[in-house]
Design a protein around this ligand. Structure first.
Ligand code: XMP
Length: 519
């Protein structure tokens, strides 16, 4: 299959570039900036994109490509598109000059196209693009021609057609660059001439075949099913591949949302007719261990480890009955597996997000059918495989669940209050038909009591915060500017219907500097 590799120079948009290329129907994947030529030969890309990045090419220790990179792509006739830092790097490594620009250019800018050929085919003379940089090209080596400029950046795009090298100073991958997708399309389909072979229908068929082949005719597979999108899609793929030889374990960890247990059981047991669906109610154990714990990291740790313990115990129990259980399936997706420099460089981990993997002493072999996919692709596959929209289009829900949405120690009473409030919020958001346009909407229990008045009585109850955000990938997020009337309805309903809450506040923080979750 034709492939475009995106070489990661540390941009926060690296995954986004890959997603955009895949949206064009062409397979794409990420390689690190220090990828060797041998590895490049093995991967065999038809085209290469160099991502942007926060460094300056002339700085010591900035990411650089191996010296022979450019002779390699020339010999192999692989077109290269440099974006922002990538554009600088091509010029820098081939002998041109990059200089710091006194005034940083950031945000929407008008681009004037001087040569509308190839890269800019079917664009207007003036287009809006998204800039984010502090450096500029000062001089270019022979063979490079300027394709576009802005009022402050004389070389905002270039081409060297003989060497098949192209560069854009702006970011075509972000939506603020209005014709960004056309530019990427011109590169991927017209310049590289990659074939559109990345089709999810083909992927499903191939994946089912691969699972069948790998697991064989007798072995069984175990899966931790949370009811979230990823594990649900893995479950249904496996069911199609090996039927009842899939054993899914659904653990109630006591911090799930209202009706979640009933709904997940109903979907898999009744609607999707899963035969070996094992429900384990460990609510008591989890809540006992979480009693009096107020540190968020400790909550995560306890929940992660208790889950493993419960899951392991159930697996051992099942292995006694079914000795053919040989595999453990996981819902790992591409961004979980391929950290870009932008994410891995964030050396101070803000939260220990990643859901724990199972201990090495479980001798099961791992299968990760979704490991090449992005969330939106997983969702499309889920829908094609017949998973209900209520599961596929569901907002992300953290592994430690409601435990990180109650500040301080948790107990059943607070959990029930939060569950009721959250249900009101989600009902109203769905009624207003905005659920699908939001990244997440949820309630948070603040253990602070304030005074209120209900009828003739003074009340002294807790606060509920409402968090509703829009985001593309959770790396950044904006609070949603919900309609006042809708907010009023949600607030009124929560205060009237949820005993224990007498005040509702709306969170107006963006990420960064805040995070989406509270703990
Ligand atoms: P933050 O709060 O860091 O969250 O802005 C970003 C995204 O990650 C989710 N999240 C988690 N997911 N385990 C998870 O599986 C966790 O411990 C966890 N903490 C946050 C959060 O819901 C948001 O979508």
């Amino acid at each position: 299959m034709d492939k475009i590799c995106v070489i990661d120079m540390g941009s926060q948009y690296t995954h986004l570039i890959v997603r955009r290329i895949r949206e064009l129907g062409v397979y794409s994947e990420i390689l690190p900036y220090n990828v060797s030529i041998e590895e490049l030969k093995r991967v065999n890309p038809k085209g290469i994109v160099l991502s942007g990045g926060p460094s300056s090419v002339y700085e010591e220790d900035s990411p650089q490509l191996t010296k022979i990179f450019f002779s390699f792509v020339k010999e192999e006739k692989i077109p290269v598109l440099g974006i922002c830092y990538g554009l600088h790097l091509i010029i820098h490594q081939l002998g041109g000059r990059i200089k710091p620009f006194k005034q940083k250019e950031y945000g929407k800018t008008e681009l004037e196209i001087l040569k509308p050929k190839k890269l800019f085919e079917s664009l207007d003379k003036r287009e809006t693009v998204w800039m984010s940089h502090g450096d500029q090209v000062e001089s270019m080596p022979d063979g490079f021609e300027v394709l576009a400029r802005t009022s402050t950046c004389p070389i905002a795009a270039y081409a060297n057609e003989r060497l098949n090298l192209f560069g854009v100073q702006f970011h075509p991958e972000v939506i603020h660059t209005q014709k960004g997708i056309t530019i990427l399309k011109n590169f991927v389909l017209n310049i590289v001439k990659a074939k559109k072979e990345w089709k999810l229908e083909n992927w499903i068929e191939k994946s089912i075949e691969n699972i069948k082949k790998e697991v064989g005719p007798k072995n069984r597979v175990i899966l931790g099913l949370s009811g979230g999108v990823d594990s649900s899609v893995v479950a249904i793929l496996l069911q199609k591949a090996i039927g009842s030889r899939l054993h899914s374990i659904f653990v109630n960890n006591g911090v799930l949302r209202k009706n979640e247990v009933v709904e997940v059981k109903k979907t898999f047991e009744q609607e999707l007719k899963f035969e070996n669906f094992h429900y384990v109610n460990a609510e008591g154990l989890f809540l006992e261990r979480l009693k009096k714990i107020d540190d968020p990291e400790e909550k995560r740790h306890i929940i992660g480890h208790t889950f493993i313990e419960v899951f392991e115990k159930k697996t051992i129990e099942l292995e006694k009955v079914y000795p053919d259980i040989k595999y453990l399936a996981q819902g790992t997706i591409y961004p979980d597996r391929v950290e870009t420099s932008a994410t891995s460089n964030a050396s101070v981990k803000i939260k220990s997000h990643h859901n724990l993997t199972l201990p090495d002493n479980m001798t099961l072999k791992i299968i990760e059918p979704l490991k090449e996919l992005y969330k939106d692709e997983v969702r499309k596959i889920g829908l094609q495989l017949g998973l209900p929209e209520s599961i596929v289009l569901r907002h992300p829900f953290p592994g430690p669940g409601l435990a990180v949405r109650i500040i301080g120690p948790i107990d059943k009473k607070k959990l029930d209050i939060l569950r009721d409030a959250d249900k009101v919020l989600i009902d109203e958001i769905k009624k207003a038909k905005i659920y699908d346009s939001l990244w997440q909407a949820f309630c948070v229990f603040l253990p602070l009591k304030t005074v209120g008045i209900m009828g003739d009585y003074r009340t002294y109850e807790y606060i509920c915060a409402i968090r509703v955000v829009e985001s593309l990938d959770a790396m950044t997020a904006n609070f949603a500017k919900l309609d006042w009337e809708l907010l009023e309805k949600i607030g009124t309903r929560i205060i009237n219907e949820v005993k224990g809450i007498n005040r509702v506040v709306y969170d107006i923080s963006n990420k960064p500097p805040s995070t989406i979750e509270y703990e």
